[in-house]
Design a binder for this molecule. Structure first.
Ligand SMILES: [Zn+2]
Length: 402
């Protein structure tokens, strides 16, 4: 089989106008959470006639499409998430969101369109493929854990490896970034209630004021993070919300602290859970208050299989050139529910540079989750080509796990 790198790039370039049109359609009509009926319908319409075996989700509006090659072989899963964020859009784009407080600010519209493009490209090569390719169109990445629901519904059954990309507006277009091992953090919600005894603000000695105690807890937690966590196996704890009180002359009964905990190893993550309790309870009891600590477990650490990440990076190098492939020195502290897929099967998630060319310093480009996030749609051709190239190389046996 001869599938030259240039062939893939030019096939992807031919598919780009269709991908851009689909991405803009999704961008105008973003949907949230696990149920994305219009997005699902758009994907199903795009996949029609490609000769794929298609099934849709029960507990969510997912689409799973299987491409069976003419010859037997392994199965690789390619994933694209499809959901948007509950936030206003301020990009000024002519295809801006038409819905209030809903925006594709994380590029999942582009992920969906690139995966459709890859399905088109690869279905044209069906006769030459040894093995099969599963296209995973996933709702509910932004906090709803759609990947976990799809796993329960069988999406990774019979899958030998999994691959995904996330767009990165802060990475120059035509660049791909990768990392073996932990690549994104876990994300847990931390809720702490410090309870005292309310009273008159003029007579704190008759009450038990939880406000200064809660402030001490916030500072104690920051000391705990810097003094007990290995700098090379880091954790971030941000108390982002403090709720207490109703007026200036009443000591409130309690204070609520809410924040996020990020870590890049399960060991540090679980150790910090325990220390949060110890610090909060210790400080509160020293002042006669009580605490309750709730850790709402979110996405686990996203861990790329080192050999697979290296394999995918070398495929990227062969199509874009080695100097366009960046080995990331550290993980990013954002989180991803592709972590659930990578906990089940070997694979990797890479970052695809989509910084708009007019933005001279990519680090200053509005990032994912910004109300001003824009991406270079031309770079979507790179994403289509990379999806296809990784799948083809995998089915050709170019990945060896050892
Ligand atoms: Zn995202």
């Amino acid at each position: 089989m001869t599938l030259l790198e240039e062939d893939l790039l030019s096939a992807a370039a031919d598919l780009l106008p269709g991908a851009v049109a689909l991405r803009r359609q999704l961008h105008r009509q973003p949907e949230l959470g696990l149920h994305l009926p219009q997005t699902q319908a758009a994907v199903l319409a795009e996949l029609e006639g490609l000769g794929l075996k298609i099934s849709t989700g029960k507990g969510l509006s997912s689409v799973v499409a299987d491409l069976e090659g003419a010859l037997p072989g392994p199965r690789i899963l390619l994933r694209g998430d499809m959901d948007a964020l509950p936030m206003p859009e301020d990009t000024g784009l002519e295809y801006s969101s038409e819905l209030p407080n809903t925006m594709h600010a994380c590029g999942h519209d582009a992920h969906t369109a690139m995966l459709v493009g890859a399905a088109r490209l690869l279905s044209g090569l069906k006769e030459q493929l040894s093995g099969s390719i599963r296209f995973m169109f996933q709702p509910g990445e932004e906090g709803s854990g759609g990947a976990a629901v799809m796993i329960e519904e069988g999406v990774v059954d019979g899958v030998d490896a999994a691959f995904a990309m996330h767009i990165a507006p802060n990475l120059p277009s035509s660049m791909v970034a990768w990392r073996g091992g932990p690549v994104m953090a876990s994300a847990d919600v931390v809720k702490i209630t410090v309870a005292g005894r309310g009273g008159h603000a003029s007579s704190p000695h008759w009450a038990c004021d939880p406000v200064p105690v809660a402030c001490e807890v916030v500072l104690g937690l920051q000391s705990m993070i810097t003094r007990t966590v290995d700098a090379f196996d880091p954790a971030v704890l941000t108390i982002a919300q403090i709720n207490a009180g109703t007026t200036d002359n009443v000591i409130p009964e309690s204070v609520e602290l809410i924040g996020t905990l990020r870590a890049v190893s399960e060991g540090t993550r679980h150790a910090v859970w325990e220390r949060i309790r110890t610090v909060a309870e210790g400080i509160a009891s020293a002042h006669g208050c009580t605490t309750s600590v709730e850790i709402l477990e979110g996405y686990p650490v996203t861990v790329n299989t080192p050999q697979f990440a290296e394999f995918a990076a070398s495929v990227a190098g062969s199509i874009f050139g080695e100097r366009h492939v960046l080995n990331m020195p550290a993980p990013v502290m954002g989180a991803e529910d592709f972590s659930y897929v990578l906990a089940k099967v070997p694979g990797a998630m890479l970052f695809l540079g989509v910084c708009p060319p007019e933005q001279k310093n990519s680090l200053l480009a509005p990032a994912c989750h910004s109300n001003k996030m824009v991406l270079n749609e031309q770079a979507m051709a790179d994403g289509i080509a990379l999806h296809a190239a990784v799948a083809i190389a995998f089915l050709q046996g170019e990945y060896s796990p050892s």
